[in-house]
Design a protein around this ligand. Structure first.
Ligand SMILES: [Cu+2]
Length: 477
């Protein structure tokens, strides 16, 4: 999160870019200097120093790309290049991205702005960028081969169009799409409304992030690019829990969270504690008559959603993808279910033969966080987050919405854990326990079986084994 120290450090980088807004006429003939940012921290919102005013967004574990005004045109410079992204503390991945990061920086403009984007290709193969959702001239749409030739390695292309409609957008490659997106190339784009818009409310805090997924074999650092279903790292802006910053807001703030999905499956994003409304989709702001309260919004592949709510409940509220496999980090193996089995002796014997062997905990997966196991080098922590009451047995797409009365306006700094008022935390029952009254185990049905049951069977629920690609859950290693 944005501490004072980080703010200063990050501010230097961004200020250097903002200063480019005041370059000489001579320099205006040249490309805008690319601004690079390699820290994975959530940077403070970039207040517009030039152009039309707006309330800037905060990019989760990311930043907004500074621009320069050149005779009324907003100029940005994106550099497509290999990057090293810290996905969680102690876990770095070799990805591709823009300007030092995966995802690339967020681009913020105002409805009606003329935008000129210089795109420099520092990859070893053709590149192009598609401005997902924008109204623009066909030749600016970025599909290699269809709308333009691919940008060769080492070359820079220029895209120029007017940001015609306000809303939530993304950008991503449209050259060798599968590889380049699997490697982490994507970014967020927000077009703010010009003046008051009847369907776009002012908010106090405006967050954005992309859903993305990677398949990085434990022990390696580069994603596999052929994967279609069996991803093992489910990320928000190329970060995984516990490495995802919290969303920090003031009590009674009006909050907007913008989410875009550039994975290959849907993600039901679930907020605890409060209901939100979906105020915008890919097509723009939603009519007020269609808005209803939700606590989970399924975001399909290639879609964007704006979730809005008034933060009227204090506390530390979970926000996560509701697919439970997406709140887990990389797993080393097709893990057998061992619930109910005391396997400690077995494991130590197997480990003599197969040092990396792991089994699922006997009381559930959370056991693994407490077991002494050597993970291969550069493996994401299986599940590790230390909350105020102990370990949080999660990974992947999980973060915390922190609602505080004493948070200052504009302060996104982490306030620490919520201090619950006395008597408002679930507690242990210490009285006597009556024997539970149980119903019979056999149920009825809408019809009797056609033939009497000869041989009753009893099974235990078991996670699907590895090797067959039918489910979109954990890795199959
Ligand atoms: Cu998900």
């Amino acid at each position: 999160m944005v501490s004072r120290r980080k703010l200063l450090a990050g501010g230097t980088t961004i200020a250097a870019g903002a200063a480019a807004a005041a370059v000489s006429r001579m320099a205006m003939a040249a490309l805008p200097e690319p601004v690079l940012q390699t820290r994975p921290d959530t940077m403070p919102p970039l207040a517009p120093a030039t152009g039309r005013p707006y309330r800037p967004v905060v990019t989760l574990n990311g930043w907004t790309l500074p621009w320069r005004m050149n005779q009324g045109v907003k100029e940005f410079h994106l550099v497509a290049e290999p990057v090293v992204r810290e996905m969680a503390p102690g876990f770095k991945a070799h990805l591709w991205g823009y300007n030092g990061q995966s995802p690339g920086p967020t681009i913020e403009v105002v409805e009606g702005d003329r935008v000129r984007l210089f795109v420099t290709n520092r990859l070893g193969e053709l590149h192009s960028i598609h401005w997902h959702g924008q109204r623009l001239p066909n030749g600016m749409d970025g599909v290699t081969g269809l709308n333009q030739p691919g940008i060769p390695p080492g070359k820079t292309f220029v895209y120029e169009f007017v940001a015609r409609r306000p809303g939530t957008f993304m950008y991503h490659p449209h050259a060798d799409e599968m590889v380049q997106m699997a490697m982490g190339m994507m970014g967020f784009w927000v077009t703010h409304p010009k003046g008051h818009h009847p369907l776009i409310d002012d908010v106090d805090r405006d967050f954005c992030f992309l859903l993305n997924a990677f398949d990085i074999e434990p022990g390696s650092a580069t994603p596999k690019i052929m994967t279609m279903l069996e991803f093992n790292l489910w990320a928000w802006n190329s970060r995984i829990f516990p490495g995802i910053d919290p969303f920090v807001v003031r009590h009674m703030d009006r909050v907007r969270i913008r989410v875009g999905n550039l994975t290959m499956t849907n993600h039901p994003i679930h907020l605890h504690g409060m209901e939100f409304q979906v105020t915008g989709t890919d097509g723009g702001p939603t009519p007020r008559s269609t808005r209803r309260h939700e606590i989970t919004e399924d975001i399909a592949v290639g879609q964007m959603r704006q979730l809005e709510f008034v933060a009227d409940e204090e506390g530390d509220w979970a926000i996560h993808c509701h697919k439970s496999h997406h709140t887990m980090n990389a797993m080393g193996h097709g893990v057998p279910t061992m619930i109910g089995v005391d396997h400690r002796e077995v494991v130590s014997k197997i480990n003599r033969l197969i040092p990396d062997y792991m089994v699922m905990g006997e009381r559930g997966m959370k056991d693994m966080t407490e077991m002494e196991m050597a993970l291969p080098d550069n493996t994401a922590p299986m599940m590790a987050g230390q909350g105020p009451f102990g370990a949080v047995g999660m990974g992947g797409m999980f973060s915390v919405l922190k609602v505080r009365k004493d948070q200052k306006p504009g302060d996104y700094g982490d306030p620490g854990w919520y201090r619950h008022p006395p008597g408002t935390v679930a507690y242990e029952w210490t009285g006597s326990l009556p024997d539970p009254a149980r119903f019979a185990a056999e149920g009825g049905g809408s019809m009797p079986p056609a033939a009497p049951v000869r041989m009753p069977v009893e099974v235990k629920a078991r996670k699907p084994g590895g090797g067959h690609g039918g489910h979109d859950g954990h890795g199959r290693h």
